[in-house]
Design a protein around this ligand. Structure first.
Ligand code: NAP
Ligand code: G4F
Length: 357
């Protein structure tokens, strides 16, 4: 049975990739960070009892800032494949936490590469590179040959990690791949990324749980795909005879405004009545437009996306509508529970439920 280690298993892509690898028959080992509250919500449905000898998903505590722990994990598990999806992945936040972002996203990758270099069994390595590396784009559409021009601490950290991945491949003959993935979304997308923020906000507005939606730059354009399609490309890269780097994208670009049109139209609402601009969501430097050309992946990996923009938005709206409905029901129950508690307390104070002496 093949063994894969996934860093960032609790994130959006980690959850989809785990499901995908488990279906392929892999034993999956996920690195998780210790957290003061549960952080495994996206993978609870596939998690098995840690003592079950047949359980194929195991979680191990670890952190990309702790190199000695990474080396220990690799030596103990001797994986066939390592997928490095762990990152401080929010571009806006990287301006507030540039050093931390570099430590996790750039040096974290280097720590993995160094640890893997000392593992004696052959290991294949996947690095979650990003279209953010193209930043202020020098060519459209962007291919594997387009020069990088990062526009954020996050983008700079990912460029560093990209080149170290290539460098270790060329210097030490390691099987290292970079997947240069354009934006990919899903119902499991973090709530502060723009797609999910919009589908979540719009559905809550529809059900009366929220009045307004505050956003930043509505003119930015992105090549948005479905995360479930994109994790298949990660795996395909790792099954080739030769390690290489690939752009993974849909080849369609839409603005944040298009996303608002599409989302609110499904809900029969006019977004202009609800959306307000909040400059806090502007970035010191913006990536205005991204559009990927994944011809190489389509030819070599025989990969192509299955879900288009409209289908993606509908999938996210339906899922968020279900969650909003659940929140509304919970709120109603809470209100009626609150009434019950008040009534019981009032009766107690009045003596009708008072303690007998
Ligand atoms: P995500 O949902 O934000 O997940 C990030 C994961 O990294 C989480 O599991 C998080 O753990 C973990 N993590 C954060 N800091 C860590 C640390 N110090 N040590 C170990 N793990 C840490 O991101 P995603 O959307 O799934 O993206 C996966 C990867 O692809 C990331 O590297 C991202 O930068 C890259 N990428 C994403 C896209 C996209 O559009 N989604 C496009 C290109 C590249 P917690 O749950 O504990 O926070
Ligand atoms: O959804 P976003 O935060 O994604 P961004 O910055 O493109 O980064 C994502 O994709 C990258 C791949 O290119 C990944 F590497 C990265 O990890 C992450 O997954 O923002 C998209 C666009 C930006 O131009 C932003 O300025 O939407 C604009 N935007 C407008 N209002 C907003 C908002 N973004 C966020 N997060 N929140 C807003 O209120």
């Amino acid at each position: 049975m093949k063994k894969a280690i996934i860093t960032g298993i609790t994130g959006q892509d980690g959850a989809y990739l785990s499901e995908f690898l488990l279906k392929k028959g892999y034993a999956v080992f996920g690195l998780i960070r210790r957290s003061s509250s549960f952080n495994t919500g996206r993978i609870n449905h596939i998690y098995t009892d840690p003592h079950d000898p047949n359980g194929r998903l195991k979680l191990i505590f670890g952190d990309l800032t702790d190199g000695s722990n990474l080396a220990k994990v690799f030596h103990e598990i001797k994986p066939d494949e390592v997928y490095n999806l762990g990152a401080q992945s929010h571009v806006r936040v990287s301006f507030d936490q540039p050093v931390y972002t570099a430590d996790v996203d750039a040096l974290g990758t280097l720590r993995i590469l160094e640890a893997l270099r000392s593992v004696k069994t052959p290991v294949r390595f996947y690095q979650a590179s990003s279209s953010e590396m193209f930043g202020k784009v020098l060519q459209t559409p962007q291919t594997e040959k387009t020069p990088f021009y990062p526009r954020s601490p996050y983008g700079c950290a990912k460029v560093y990690a990209f080149w170290q991945t290539v460098n270790y491949r060329e210097s030490y003959g390691m099987f290292n791949c970079n997947g240069i993935l354009f934006n990919h979304e899903s119902p499991r997308r973090g709530e502060t990324f723009v797609t999910r923020k919009i589908t979540r906000g719009a559905t809550r507005i529809k059900l009366g749980l929220q009045q307004k939606l505050f956003l930043g730059n509505l003119d930015a354009r992105r090549d948005w795909g479905f995360a479930g399609d994109f994790v298949e490309a990660m795996w395909l890269m790792m099954q080739q005879d030769v390690a290489d780097d690939y752009v993974i994208a849909t080849g369609e670009s839409h603005s944040v405004r298009d996303l608002l049109d599409e989302t609110f139209e499904i809900l029969d609402l006019d977004w202009k009545k609800y959306v307000e601009i909040d400059p806090r969501y502007y970035r010191p430097a913006e990536v205005d437009t991204l559009l990927g050309d994944s011809t190489k992946a389509r030819k070599v990996l025989n990969w192509q996306p299955k879900v288009n923009f409209k289908e993606l938005v509908r999938m996210m709206v339906e899922s968020d509508l279900r969650l909003a409905q659940r929140d509304k029901t919970k709120l109603r129950h809470q209100e009626s529970d609150e009434e019950d508690v008040k009534m019981i307390m009032a009766q107690t104070a009045a003596g009708s439920l008072g303690h007998k002496k």
